[in-house]
Design a protein around this ligand. Sequence first.
Ligand code: CP3
Length: 343
Amino acid sequence: MSLKNDLYLRAHRGDNLERYPVWLMRQAGRILPEYREVRSKMGGFKTLVETPEFASEVTIQPVDILDVDAAIIFSDILVVPEAMGLPYQMVEQRGPWFDKTIRTSEQLALLDTNIDVYDRLSYVFEAIKITKRELKDRVPLIGFAGAPWTILCYMVEGKGSKTFSESRKLLYTNPALAHELLNRISDVTIDYLKGQLEAGADALQLFDSWAGILGRDQYATFGLAYIRKIVQAFEGVPFTVFSKGAVASLEDIASLPCTALGLDWNMEVNLARRIVGESKTLQGNLDPCVLYGSNKLIENETIKMLKSFKSHRHIVNLGHGVYPDIDPEKVKVFIKTIKNYEL
Ligand code: CP3
């Protein structure tokens, strides 16, 4: 069956649009009281991720409540390291925690090989199947994974970090180990994203949240080389690469064979457009902090961004995930402003 609202997919293809599609990174979760209720019923984030019926329920909440033009499956990028043999915990108020880390070849040897994603990540595929059924073709469903470099960062540090200096240290002190780990992550990620498509995802996105901490050469070698390998496995699929903060690498990123690029709020849309050209859709890039402002400010800043777009090849989003303490009513003002802006 065809989708009732396929604006998001048409924007990937570069079709003419009657208005820009909009969705938010981290819309499934975080800001909605309805989400927090389901999470507390489940006893926490991780159980929610691993319980398909409820992961599906919180995936659909923003479609019902915020009226976004795409759903994104509720999960986390950290399910991939876990599938590789490095279990994570999500510590309330503090974020991810891994008991084991990978910094030496001995530690790398402890990771599992020949991973069957259909066995280890079946709960995600099941959540996608349920979500597709329950969405009833209202909007497309986005599947996702972390980009190999960002996943490596968590596997090496074992937690969040301001500098990820252990990960960057590894690139200098043991580049062979870094490449081996990146290769393994990439292979699992390809299988994982294929499984998401088979389960019903309509589009895919890679999140490279820590792209911006590498300089251009290192990002080409340890970041983009692996992203390219992944994207190449998905020809013809609407595919977004979001390399947060990688301003210096935009020219290299533009040469990836994907359909859309995510921009954060530090990137100037028209400069990005000049570098990227017309053959890709740009996604973003309002500063999430605009949503702390008055309704008038949100409208003005959103319209300023929309006016700066010179073509239809845009998907509206924030420059990064919506912050947890943003009032959902403010998100509605943002979304309504976009929906009322005719092209
Ligand atoms: O709505 C969506 O975008 C779908 C679900 C989604 C989550 N995480 C759920 C989540 C997605 C796409 C992610 C991606 C993710 N996870 C990234 C890349 C995007 C980014 O923000 O840069 C990263 C780096 C992670 C790892 C991660 N997960 C961290 C660092 C944290 C803790 C801090 C935080 O951001 O809240 C999480 C937890 C997490 N993942 C929550 C949600 C809804 C918050 C847990 C909760 O409050 O219930």
